[in-house]
Design a binder for this molecule. Structure first.
Ligand SMILES: Cc1cc2nc3c(=O)[nH]c(=O)nc-3n(C[C@H](O)[C@H](O)[C@H](O)COP(=O)(O)OP(=O)(O)OC[C@H]3O[C@@H](n4cnc5c(N)ncnc54)[C@H](O)[C@@H]3O)c2cc1C
Length: 385
């Protein structure tokens, strides 16, 4: 039982909960956190566009920087926007929990001002933040990926040093056009390995690790790289459609991070946006105003709504159609690309780029699938063989 009453209690110490707790503490708030394993370093490899990272993070959090990552559709394109793989240890160090009260256990119940703990105790706070991450996928639009870490020297024949493949839609993974699409994502991690991650985005229920690994191995083989089976690997499978909170409710905690609508429905990224928005939440908490209103102005809600239309469209396309759609998207202006990929509240930029992307996708009839007039639930009943 914690006897004090805290200004803020953050439940969940993923990167976003830790960021918010740390920023609250350094702003002078009296903070408690709850997580069953508060000292465990996060498992996934996190990446982001360099310009998305908040100014309070030191440069040391960048483990690997790629000046202009490559996108492959029917053609090869360089995206002139620096991209980074984050160092988890440096990110951790950059978000200290000095002076924060830590409860190393599971929360069993959350309300707006109280957290029930597994040992029967409670933490009372003026504001409770729910940063417990995402619920299970079920048949929701999903991000599923299987990534194999390959020694950089071996990887060089596919992804040379200093380069990265953000999206590789070349049909080299052995899947047919009648199966849910997946692309390759490949970046140097900064530890002498390059991750090759076969990824599917937006397909309801996603794909299994077995299927994604098979596709990844096939794709590597197409570039002369044989996997031994001893390489480290990582996997992910999470929903893309976790919505932002509608409004502040007297009896509910405030969701933040991937739990609170910051998971980008079309990219599966949430870390950089959440880190960036931590100070917006801190500002509201310090001034006693509503953090939900500060985090989710109308334009940001509109952006979220449009991205949900985007993920629905992506989730019914074939590999050929997605390649054509991204061909169209990557001809957009720098602003248009950013509006889709990362800006939290550029509703005009996003609306424009979505309309233009549909309008420039060829052949013409594929636009009907994109907007859902035809093949609306193409992959809904797909069963892997
Ligand atoms: C392999 C992989 C690669 C990824 N790559 C990227 C990427 O490159 N860029 C990106 O932006 N995103 C990436 N993601 C998505 C990423 O996981 C999430 O964006 C990020 O972890 C979300 O952070 P979070 O803090 O919101 O939630 P989480 O990281 O899920 O953290 C939730 C925390 O809550 C705690 N918790 C849960 N239940 C309770 C409870 N009852 N009581 C107390 N604590 C609880 C958990 O222990 C955990 O520490 C990737 C995900 C995976 C799996």
């Amino acid at each position: 039982m914690s006897n004090s009453r805290y200004d803020v209690c953050v439940v969940g110490l993923g990167p976003t909960g830790r960021a918010l707790a740390s920023r609250c503490a350094s702003a002078g708030l009296n903070v408690a956190v709850v997580d069953p394993r508060p000292d465990r370093l996060w498992v996934p490899t996190y990446s982001a566009w360099v310009d998305e990272l908040p100014a309070w993070l030191p440069n040391s959090v960048i483990a690997s920087r790629i000046e202009a990552p490559t996108v492959w559709t029917s053609v090869e394109r360089r995206i002139e926007r620096p991209y980074a793989v984050l160092s988890k240890t440096e990110l951790w160090k950059a978000m200290p929990l000095d002076g924060v009260h830590i409860e190393a256990q599971r929360a069993t119940g959350l309300t707006a001002r109280r957290v029930d703990l597994a040992d029967g105790g409670t933490v009372d706070a003026d504001v409770v933040i729910d940063a417990r991450g995402l619920p299970p996928v079920a048949q929701r639009p999903a991000a599923s990926a299987h990534g194999i870490f390959v020694d950089a020297e071996i990887a060089a024949k596919f992804v040379p040093p200093g380069e990265a493949l953000l999206l590789d839609w070349r049909p080299e993974n052995g899947a047919t056009n009648d199966e849910p699409p997946s692309f390759l994502y490949s970046v140097p991690i900064g530890d002498g390995t390059v991750i090759f991650e076969e990824t599917t985005l937006a397909v309801p229920g996603g794909l299994t690790q077995k299927e994604l690994r098979k596709r990844c191995v096939t794709r590597l083989a197409a570039h002369g790289i044989t996997v031994t089976g001893d390489e480290p690997f990582e996997g992910c499978h999470y929903p893309l459609d976790q919505p932002p909170p509608r409004r502040r409710r007297a009896d509910e905690p405030i969701p933040f991070g991937s739990r609170g609508g910051m998971m980008h429905p079309c990219t599966g990224y949430s870390v950089a946006d959440s880190l960036f928005l931590a100070d917006t939440a801190v500002g509201a908490l310090k001034s006693g105003t509503d953090p939900i209103k500060a985090l989710w102005p109308v334009k940001a809600r509109l952006v979220y709504w449009m991205r949900m239309r985007g993920v629905a469209g992506m989730g019914r396309l074939t590999t050929e159609q997605l390649s054509a759609m991204f061909d169209s998207f990557f001809t957009a202006s720098d602003r248009g690309q950013r509006a889709l990929l990362s800006e939290h509240a550029d509703a005009v930029g996003l609306g424009t780029v979505l309309v233009n992307t549909v309008a420039h996708t060829w052949p013409f009839r594929w636009r009907y699938d994109l907007v859902g007039w035809t093949n609306r639930n193409r992959w809904a009943d797909f069963k892997e063989s």
